[in-house]
Design a protein around this ligand. Structure first.
Ligand code: ZN
Length: 266
């Protein structure tokens, strides 16, 4: 995974010495972010995120229809590339936590208004005591290869929802009751009809669009010919390293999986 030059320590409760630290406020405007050294309005909901290079970082829940940034807030896709990897991860954490709080204002069991549980990242129902924790949807993403050496090829596919003519790894959400390895085998088979083995975990990436955790795998082709599921995949092919199609930008773990393969690190 990439080297990170700054240090982020995720926390739920501000540390005892928070008073003496610099504070930074990630205002979440819709799903976009705008960072300032003061909250634009102290009555808005604030969620402590942790320490970034020793600075106390907060997520600010900007009410719907209000824009303290006056149009300057950036969506997370544009924010990437204009900031460090850790700044971006903190912004993603702010968006995920604020969005979770916005969508868990009432108990899912009895409908009572929830409150923040002290000391925990949880919304609690004061009536029936149900706790709701931030939502994370695990999704696996896989680069399948076949062959060896210079002849080795990777399977890249164009999803029906991709922007432009990009080809990428296969991805899908993990189903309840399923292992990650099981999800890899099932998704690959469903999307392109082939079987895989030698499924190896490679690394992960928070993907706050809106609340995924991407788990990256490499796998080997074990049999079968490509047959695309037209509801999910427009086109899929085997590609050699020296003849790649248009691949995803650096923001995504898909690109990191492909780059690792190009460097022969799989
Ligand atoms: Zn309840």
């Amino acid at each position: 995974m990439p080297e990170q030059s700054s240090v982020f320590v995720p926390l739920v409760v501000p540390p005892a010495d928070a008073e003496g630290r610099t504070h930074r406020y990630v205002h979440v405007v819709g799903a976009s972010v705008w960072v300032d050294d003061q909250p634009a309005d102290r009555s808005w909901g604030q969620h402590f995120l942790g320490l970034l290079d020793g600075q106390a970082m907060w997520g600010v829940d900007v009410p719907f229809g209000v824009d303290p940034a006056d149009g300057a807030a950036a969506d997370l896709f544009s924010y990437y590339g204009h900031t460090s990897e850790n700044d971006w991860l903190v912004a993603g954490r702010a968006v995920q936590i604020v969005e979770w709080a916005r969508t868990h204002r009432f108990c899912g069991r009895c409908g009572t208004e929830t409150e923040l549980a002290p000391g925990e990242r949880a919304m609690r129902c004061p009536k029936c005591r149900l706790l709701a924790f931030p939502r994370l949807a695990p999704a696996m993403i896989t680069l399948v290869t076949r062959g060896e050496g210079a002849e080795q090829e990777a399977l890249l596919a164009q999803g029906v929802n991709f922007r432009g003519s990009m080809y990428s790894c296969l991805a899908g959400f993990v189903e309840p009751g399923e292992s990650l390895e099981g999800a890899v085998g099932r998704e690959v088979h469903e999307e392109v009809g082939i079987d895989v083995d030698n499924v190896r975990y490679w690394g992960s990436q928070p993907w706050p669009f809106p609340h995924s955790l991407m788990l990256g795998f490499h796998a080997k082709h074990a049999g079968g010919e490509i047959v695309c599921d037209p509801t999910e995949i427009l086109d899929a092919n085997w590609y050699r390293r020296d003849a790649l199609p248009n691949i995803p930008p650096g923001i995504s773990i898909a690109r990191k999986l492909i780059d690792a393969w190009l460097r022969d690190e799989v």
